[in-house]
Ligand binder design. Structure first.
Ligand SMILES: [Zn+2]
Length: 448
């Protein structure tokens, strides 16, 4: 059985991937594509990296893995948790105590206890795991950070590299987070990947390239297409390290995917003004194209009333909440109510909902105990301003239920089961290794 390399290019859309293959602008990807099986697959909701990375690592939607958003309100701790637009951006901004805690806590505390990561499941099966820069890293091996004076440890994959805050092995890989526009974060990942592949030092390696998403936020999903050449070069670097591309696919099965899509945004809208008079009774956490409203114990209004306040707000696509055991979707004053029935859904109401796999993804997002009482998504072309009033208007964004934010490219080479969604990656990899997926994950059935 071949070892596995899982390559995640953050924010890569199927359209850009397919165009790059066709136009020959991405030679390493084109080589893999030729040998593999390709499909468009679905992300989870909200389609934001911490949520999606947790779905990739655990094979679960947020109802099980419990990571609700980039930014959320911890009801127990009574504080806002901000994972930041990217870890490297946070590192560049300086490592405050809260940032440090967040890096430790997403995996150490927030990630659901019932969720099983690929690293945990494969480690338990006696296989050697490795990851570079991947946000959802919980594993079985204890690692100490390279930060001076910090004694706290984390549990990660056996070989673990995280923006050189954690380095299980001395690889000589350089990192300069201050030059992100020059692609230095992925250069670091590529240097680590080259080191790992040169030694064949793993059974499963999660190779995460984050710079593409960063470029796409700035340039927009189409404008960023040129930047895929950088990610392709970094993929070529690890393939070269096997002694050649044929040798690489001889030794490794490969999955290439992204965590979510991106859509162009031209304008930003603040959700907060819709909740005038409730400043002390609710917490709004919004970022990119998804927002959440948390009711505090003092809040005089039920979730329904909070959702109705958004009815007339420009830029709001849907608001969803739970009511008497059902999920309610409000879209421009129309409503749709649904709850599970048999293998499907019992649906009432007339709101039109054309988003892919909307009911299952909304249901899972609302049943995350860390999620807000009302979840809100933005119309196409619109973004919600975050806590700092920042947005990506003029560039690209993601987070909503819409097709563009939700669709990802999915290429499988040497893996029988081609995942139809990012939650199917973990079971596909586990089944490849003959390891039983966790009970909540779908057991995939081959089509052949
Ligand atoms: Zn992003």
């Amino acid at each position: 059985m071949k070892k596995v390399v899982l390559i995640v290019v953050d924010g890569l859309t199927p359209a850009v991937y397919e165009d790059a293959i066709e136009s020959g602008r991405a030679s390493a990807l084109a080589y893999l594509h030729e040998l593999g099986t390709y499909r468009r697959a679905l992300s989870t909701f909200p389609s934001l990296t911490p949520v999606c990375a947790s779905s990739i690592a655990t094979g679960a939607h947020p109802d099980v893995h419990r990571i609700p958003h980039l930014v959320w309100y911890d009801r127990g701790e009574r504080r806002v948790i901000e994972y930041g637009s990217s870890f490297s951006a946070m590192l560049a901004a300086g490592m405050s105590r809260s940032i440090r805690n967040t890096i430790f806590h997403m995996n150490g505390r927030h990630l659901g206890a019932e969720a099983v990561t690929l690293f945990e499941a494969l480690d338990d099966a006696g296989l050697e795991t490795a990851a570079v820069n991947f946000t959802c890293y919980r594993g079985r091996t204890e690692h100490r950070t390279t930060l001076p004076g910090v004694t706290r440890t984390i549990r990660g994959p056996k070989r673990f590299f995280f923006y050189n805050l954690f380095e299980s092995d001395v690889t000589g890989a350089p990192l300069s987070v201050r030059r992100r526009s020059a692609g230095s974060v992925d250069d670091y990942a590529a240097a680590v990947g080259r080191w790992l592949v040169t030694r064949d030092g793993f059974d499963f390696f999660l190779y995460y390239l984050s710079d593409y998403d960063y470029a796409s936020h700035t340039l927009g999903p189409e404008g960023a297409a040129e930047k895929l050449a950088d990610a392709d070069a970094q993929i070529a670097t690890v393939m070269d390290a096997a002694g050649g591309w044929d040798e690489f696919v001889e030794r490794y099965a490969v999955i290439v995917c992204s965590d979510h899509g991106q859509t162009p945004v031209g304008d930003a809208v603040a959700l907060e003004p819709a909740f005038a008079g409730l400043d002390r009774d609710i917490v709004v956490t919004a970022s990119n194209r998804a927002g959440q409203v948390y009711r505090l114990p003092s809040c005089p209004e039920p979730a329904r009333a909070l959702a109705e306040r958004l009815d007339g707000l420009r830029g709001v696509d849907v608001a969803v909440f739970l009511e008497e055991g059902a999920a309610v979707v409000r879209r421009r004053r129309d409503e749709l109510r649904f709850s599970p029935e048999g293998d499907g859904w019992r649906v009432e109401g007339g709101a039109e909902l054309d988003h892919p796999d909307a009911l299952a993804r909304i249901w899972a997002a609302l049943h995350n105990p860390n999620a807000g009482d009302v979840l809100v998504t933005a119309e196409d072309g619109i973004e919600f301003t975050d806590l700092g009033g920042r947005h990506h208007a003029g560039g690209g964004s993601h987070g909503s239920l819409s097709l563009g934010d939700s669709e990802v490219p999915m290429l499988a080479v040497g893996i029988d089961l081609v995942p139809a969604g990012i939650t199917e990656i973990a079971p596909a990899v586990l089944q490849h290794f003959g390891v039983e997926p966790p009970p909540y994950a779908r057991r995939l059935v081959g089509v052949g």
